[in-house]
Design a binder for this molecule. Structure first.
Ligand code: NIG
Ligand code: FE
Length: 430
C-alpha cells in the first residue's frame, strides 16, 4: 500500500501497550511491555515519530492539530501494534466442514487424511479453481484479517502440489494483496503433502521431491516467494526429504521455516536449528533435545494454539518450556480450511493464554514483535516506537487485558496502516 507523507495523530488514548525493540524478545523479556496511561501517538510520512503520554504530546506539538493533520480520537481505547499473523494458508478453494463434524464423531485428523480427506481434498478443489476465484477468496480473507487487527501476514502455497497450481496460488496472493492494506509475505510450500498421483511407490515420491527442488521452488522464488516451508511429519516428508526441500529452497534464495513436530516427535525442531530456519512452527511434540537445539540456534517458535483446539488434540505446544529455554515465541492463526479456520488473531491469542498459559504481555509480544521477527521485519514493524512503520490497532477498551479477557468478540475498533486510518469504528474505510 502506498505510504503517506502527512501526519496522523491518535490522541487521548486510555492506554498504549507495546513490546519494544528491533529484535525478537525471549525469556522474561517476552513479557516486558511498555504501558502508558493517557497516551498519544504521532505518525509522520507513514512512520511513528512519537509514542508517549498525552501531556508530553501537547508539550511537544501543542494542543491544536496542525493544518492537514488527521486526528483520531483514542478516548476509552487502547493502542497496540498492528498484529502480524506469521503462519497462514489463505489461498485455497472449498471447505471441509464435514471433517469438522467427523472429528466430533471420533475420527482423528490423521484418519481423515488416510481415507482421502484432509489436505488432498483441498488440493483437488484448489487445482480446479480459477485464478480469479482464488484471488477473490484471498482478498476476502485479508479483509477479515484487517478487521481483526492484522496489518501484516505470511501466506503459503501448498494446495497446488504441481507447478502451475502452486504458481496459481502464489499469483492469487500477489493479485489479492495488490493495493490491500495488509502486507503479505509469501511462502513456497509445494512440500505440504505428497500429491495423490505420486503415491504409487517410493520412486514417484522421489520424483515429486525432485520436481519441487528443481522446478517448483525456483519458479515460486522467481515470482516473489520469500520463504520455503515443508510439512516435516511422519507419513508426509521425513527428515531427509524435508532437509532436501529446504536446502533447495535456500539455494534459490528462500528463507526456511517449517511445520515441525506437529503430530509426532520426528525431530523437525532439530532440523530447523541445523538448517538455520527463521522459525519452526506447531511444535506440539517437540522434545527436550529439540528445545535445546532451537535455543542454541536462535530459531523462533511459531505456535498455533487454534489448531490444537480445532483438531481436539488435548495438547498444546509447551510454550512455557520454550520461553524458559530462551526461545522467542510467536503465535499465529494457521488459517486454513482443515485444521484452523479463523482469520482472527484475537481469537487465537485467547487460546494462547488459556490453553498454553502465556501471560497477556507475552501474548502481545507473540502476535506483534516476535511474529514480525519471524518474517524478518522486526526492524520495521511489531512495536509502537519511533522509526517503526505506523501500523497501530485500537481496541475499544481501557487496557491491553481486554484483548483476551473479553473473548469471543472482535475487540478491534480501528486500524491504522502506514499512517492511514483504514478501519474506523469497526468499518473499513479504504
Ligand atoms: O498447518 N500441517 C499441515 N498443514 C496445515 C493443515 C492444512 C490442512 O489440513 O489443510 C496445518 O495444520
Ligand atoms: Fe500450517
Amino acid at each position: 500500500m502506498e505510504k503517506r507523507h502527512d501526519v496522523l495523530s491518535i490522541r487521548n488514548l486510555s492506554s498504549l501497550a507495546t513490546p519494544e525493540g528491533f529484535e525478537p524478545r525471549s525469556g522474561v523479556a517476552q513479557g516486558r511491555i511498555r504501558r502508558v496511561s493517557g497516551a498519544a501517538i504521532r505518525i509522520e510520512a507513514g512512520h511513528i515519530t512519537f509514542a508517549g503520554t498525552e501531556e508530553e504530546f501537547v508539550r511537544q506539538f501543542g494542543e491544536a492539530p496542525h493544518p492537514g493533520e488527521t486526528v483520531v480520537s483514542g478516548l476509552g481505547k487502547t493502542a497496540l501494534p498492528g498484529f502480524v499473523d506469521a503462519h497462514t494458508h489463505i489461498p485455497w478453494s472449498g471447505f471441509r466442514e464435514g471433517e469438522f463434524n467427523d472429528r466430533l464423531k471420533g475420527q482423528t485428523y490423521a484418519e481423515i487424511a488416510a481415507s482421502g480427506g484432509g489436505i488432498v481434498s483441498t488440493v483437488a478443489a484448489t487445482r480446479a479453481a480459477t485464478l480469479a476465484h482464488l484471488t477473490a477468496s484471498v482478498k476476502s480473507r485479508l479483509d477479515l484479517m484487517l478487521l481483526h487487527g492484522t496489518t501484516c501476514c505470511e501466506a503459503k502455497t501448498g494446495y497446488g502440489l504441481q507447478k502451475e497450481a502452486e504458481l496459481k496460488q502464489l499469483r492469487a496472493l500477489v493479485h489479492g494483496s495488490e493495493g490491500h492494506p495488509v502486507t503479505v509475505e509469501m511462502t513456497a510450500l509445494p512440500g505440504h503433502e505428497v500429491p495423490l498421483e505420486c503415491r504409487g511407490d517410493a520412486q514417484q515420491k522421489a520424483a515429486y521431491i525432485d520436481e519441487c527442488c528443481n522446478e517448483i521452488l525456483p519458479a515460486l522464488a522467481a515470482e516473489g516467494a520469500r520463504f520455503v516451508d515443508v510439512f516435516c511429519e511422519t507419513g508426509v516428508f521425513d527428515l531427509a526429504e524435508s532437509r532436501r526441500i529446504l536446502s533447495a529452497g535456500k539455494s534459490c534464495g528462500l528463507v526456511p521455516r517449517l511445520h515441525a513436530d506437529e503430530l509426532t516427535p520426528l525431530g523437525g525442531a532439530e532440523l530447523a536449528a541445523e538448517i538455520g530456519a527463521i522459525s519452526a512452527d506447531h511444535l506440539l511434540f517437540i522434545t527436550r533435545a529439540g528445545i535445546e537445539a532451537m535455543a542454541r540456534s536462535g530459531v523462533i517458535a511459531t505456535l498455533l494454539p487454534g489448531t490444537s483446539v480445532f483438531l481436539r488434540m488435548n495438547r498444546y505446544a509447551p510454550a512455557r518450556d520454550l520461553i524458559a529455554a530462551g526461545i522467542p515465541v510467536a503465535v499465529a492463526t494457521d488459517c486454513n480450511p482443515g485444521s484452523s479456520y479463523t482469520e482472527s488473531l484475537p481469537a487465537v491469542a485467547f487460546f494462547a493464554t488459556i490453553g498454553m498459559g502465556l501471560t497477556v504481555e507475552e501474548t502481545l509480544t507473540a502476535i506483534t514483535l516476535n511474529a514480525a521477527a519471524s518474517l524478518g521485519m522486526a526492524d520495521e514493524r511489531g512495536s509502537i516506537e519511533p522509526h517503526k512503520a505506523g501500523d497501530v490497532v485500537l481496541i475499544d477498551a481501557p487496557s491491553l487485558e481486554h484483548l483476551v479477557y473479553h473473548y469471543g468478540v472482535n475487540p478491534v475498533s480501528d486500524v491504522v496502516v502506514n499512517g492511514r486510518l483504514v478501519v474506523s469504528s469497526g468499518r473499513r474505510l479504504l
